[in-house]
Design a protein around this ligand. Sequence first.
Ligand SMILES: Nc1nc2c(c(=O)[nH]1)N[C@H]1C(S)=C(S)[C@@H](COP(=O)(O)OP(=O)(O)OC[C@H]3O[C@@H](n4cnc5c(=O)[nH]c(N)nc54)[C@H](O)[C@@H]3O)O[C@H]1N2
Ligand SMILES: Nc1nc2c(c(=O)[nH]1)N[C@H]1C(S)=C(S)[C@@H](COP(=O)(O)OP(=O)(O)OC[C@H]3O[C@@H](n4cnc5c(=O)[nH]c(N)nc54)[C@H](O)[C@@H]3O)O[C@H]1N2
Ligand code: SF4
Ligand SMILES: [Mo]
Length: 870
Amino acid sequence: MSIQSKNISRRGFLGASAAVVASAAVLTGAGCSAESSLEVVNKHELPTDPAKDGAWVAAACWHNCGGRCMNKVMVKEGAVVRQKTDDTHEDTPDYPQQRGCVRGKAQQQQCFGADRILYPLKRKGWQPGGGEKSNGQMRGKDEWERISWDEAIDLACGEIKRISDDLGPTGFYCKSPDASINVMCGCVRGWDTTSHGTYTLGCDLIGLPPTDCGKANDRFDLKNADYIILYSSNPTWSAAGTPTYYFIQAKEAGTKFVAVDPLYNASAQILDADWVPVRNGTDMAFMLATAYEMLRLDKEEGNIIDWDFLHAYTVGFDAESMPGDAKLNENLKDYVLGTYDKTPKTPEWAEPICGVPPAQVTAFARILGKDNKTMLLHNYGMVRCNGAEMVPQMLMALGAMGGHMGKSGHACGGNYHANAGNYGPNLVTAGSAKMPKTKNPCSTGVRQPQMYDIILNGGGSFGDVSNSYGSFHAPIPTTLGPIKGIFHVNDATLQTSLNQKAGIEAHRAVDFVLTRAQFMTTNALYSDIILPVTTEWERVGSVTSCNREFVYCYSQVAEPLGEAKTDQEIGTLLLKGMGMDPTLAYNTSEKQQFFERIAGSKIMGGNGKMGPLVTISAADITQWGVEGAPQEGVVPLADFIANGGYQFKRTPDDGHGFIGYKDFVDDPVANPLSSASGKLEIYCQARYDLMASFEYEGIEQFKPYPTHVVPCVGYESTFKGGKIGGEKGDYPYLMYNPHYLRRSHSVFDNCSWLREAWANPVFLSRQDAEEKGIEEGSTVLISSPTGKGLRRAAIMDLLMPGVVGVPHGAWVDVDEETGIDRAGSDNYLIGAEYGGMGVSGYNNQICNIEKYTGEQLGPDCELPPRWSEN
Ligand SMILES: Nc1nc2c(c(=O)[nH]1)N[C@H]1C(S)=C(S)[C@@H](COP(=O)(O)OP(=O)(O)OC[C@H]3O[C@@H](n4cnc5c(=O)[nH]c(N)nc54)[C@H](O)[C@@H]3O)O[C@H]1N2
Ligand SMILES: Nc1nc2c(c(=O)[nH]1)N[C@H]1C(S)=C(S)[C@@H](COP(=O)(O)OP(=O)(O)OC[C@H]3O[C@@H](n4cnc5c(=O)[nH]c(N)nc54)[C@H](O)[C@@H]3O)O[C@H]1N2
Ligand code: SF4
Ligand SMILES: [Mo]
């Protein structure tokens, strides 16, 4: 039975998804023929459980996509015949349905795609034993042969033993190892600043919650704001699900929106926001000028700065409020006024850097004034920039200058992922699977973009500074010997990490690359053995926390495709192959783990305490064949599964509202923050000292309080000699990486439906395109100091001139003759340069654009898949 004949109408799908598109035809993939689009839709016989045939099943959508939505499918005779989203209750603003996005609707094409990897594969030219035998230069170019699971496990375990006996754990690299790797051999890890950019770099030391998430207000408070500033924030694209709906409620209640962004993005459009166009990576200049204007207006007109707030809740704004541990007698206010460097940070000073007209800086400063109820909500694009290390302290300082914390209608904090616009303690939570804890025998973590050079150099010396995401310590001098094995488990590292070009070479340099994959991902393409892993649709099920009001419970949709196995089954085979005890990593069945997640799910009770969410009877436990005890919750097990989880019913006066920082503002002594002073540290000695101890290049430019620095790569680098306003250099444009609707990072890039709906163009401003003679849809060569890529042009009136948007996550497609990447992969254009505190600067790289005279690109949806069994 083929799924293609029974799939949902393609036309209906495209019609619905094209509605939010801002630009012309090429932004959507209009132009693909229906036939080509359907060619890559599934051709497999789907092995399904007949018991489930014809019934609605809550199906997983499990990606790191910024949403967590309900997705239900009906499977009949081996095909998904219908799909729907949340219809468990009426949709009202107070109690909204948890509706999915276009990618959720394409999940069926992803899970059952003709390009699924169904059997273990071995690269033909690879032989075990290392060195020449591995024939590493052929990685990414070689052919594949199907092998049995027995062969695959024998070959893999033989190589792992050989490398492990020779080199120990540091002979391997895996960015984020799982339990089986920890137990088998261990490995060197990679750390990065990914999502939260410079907010991962010690922000708890300045008094913010780690990453700055969790201190904005509950959704019902949004409408109490006069202004909501979406600072580098596009929830409509990057937090699909309920957030945009909540912001629309505020808009309808009269709240005004302001977007600070190089692009007048989809959220700004929907909310009819005023636009402050700021060049990417130059926010510090804009914010310093805003502070200058707030000081000026306060002096000239009064009532702009909340001095009481600054003096009660922060340290380091002015000479009166220095923290006790300060080693430098300088403060933000005097820096802004130009006391130290004779350069007042006026709007006219900032304009050549950030591009914001001075009158707009003044208007923005007024909006931040203390008599307005203002929410300063940021996402993290502006801190995924070189040189942005002090932006968190500056944004916090602006919020504090207006006193915008701890009160209804005021906020200052992150606006991230599924929690955007709706912070506060979770009212329902998913239980844990209760897996055994495993420990990697090697504690070394390398800054990910440097990893590839270490591999290529056969080892290297560096200071190890990080245990895990967002956790740092003083450098531990570390020397690594050769790394000969690479594992890929649960991420798309070779695609999603900086320095991809060197990454490809590093993959070609080692003895062995082992990847678990559902598709011929970039990790898989440059591997030696690929082990086919199931999608969540082929697993028993799970429960996942979504936003503070919703937990999703999803169940199995189909039996595993081909010979695909779950991660636990694969890990178990590998451990057995190594002669080890698999229960060290997995001591319960996946069904038991599903049950534990359900039984451990909690709901907020009337007494303010979390209690069991799901009612489980002794009969349920017998029927499931699991271990556990009956419990009393608020929803019976069968309903929890059939409904697809549980949504906490909210009302505006339910007592679960939340105002970030309220406890601190009400009683700062009883509720101190995580900084040394217990206050918000605009001057923070501890963070500066920790970061300075890394001794990364350029750190000497920074101070313990926010100042303007020249980034290692950024706007300055677009000019010859780095002089703003001078002659333009070889790479005169600033490049940034929008998180793009076709994908969740790299996931879904292979779905032809989504390729058709979202064309993955390069975003160009009309002015730049006209100057370069580039027409809508024509092929553009994007060159950076590191690499070259091709994309079709989407010309936009809503993007700042000089800024080029290369969407994040496209699967690299290197033309081995020219070295040009036809897919426009972001990380093929970015190298490993870093400075300051070591942030991965995705959003202020530099590039050139020109009309490409070679063969023009067609729409992506017409390209054949990277891999097909058929
Ligand atoms: N240049 C640039 N680079 C960036 C960014 C940027 O803006 N610009 N953004 C960064 C950010 S914010 C992030 S969070 C990272 C994301 O980086 P990654 O986490 O590496 O990205 P994903 O594409 O989500 O990778 C998930 C992988 O897991 C696989 N997978 C899914 N389910 C399973 C499973 O059950 N088992 C196994 N074994 N595998 C599974 C998917 O197929 C996919 O290949 O990228 C970062 N990289
Ligand atoms: N569709 C989709 N959604 C996603 C993801 C995805 O890959 N695809 N990934 C998820 C993950 S893990 C993450 S971390 C989030 C990321 O979510 P976001 O950080 O919101 O995503 P971005 O699109 O990188 O950036 C948001 C806005 O910041 C602007 N911006 C970029 N650089 C700057 C700058 O220097 N200054 C200012 N002021 N603005 C700037 C961009 O133009 C954009 O409008 O998205 C999540 N949601
Ligand atoms: S936002 Fe994410 S979880 Fe929700 S439907 Fe889209 S891809 Fe799936
Ligand atoms: Mo992220």
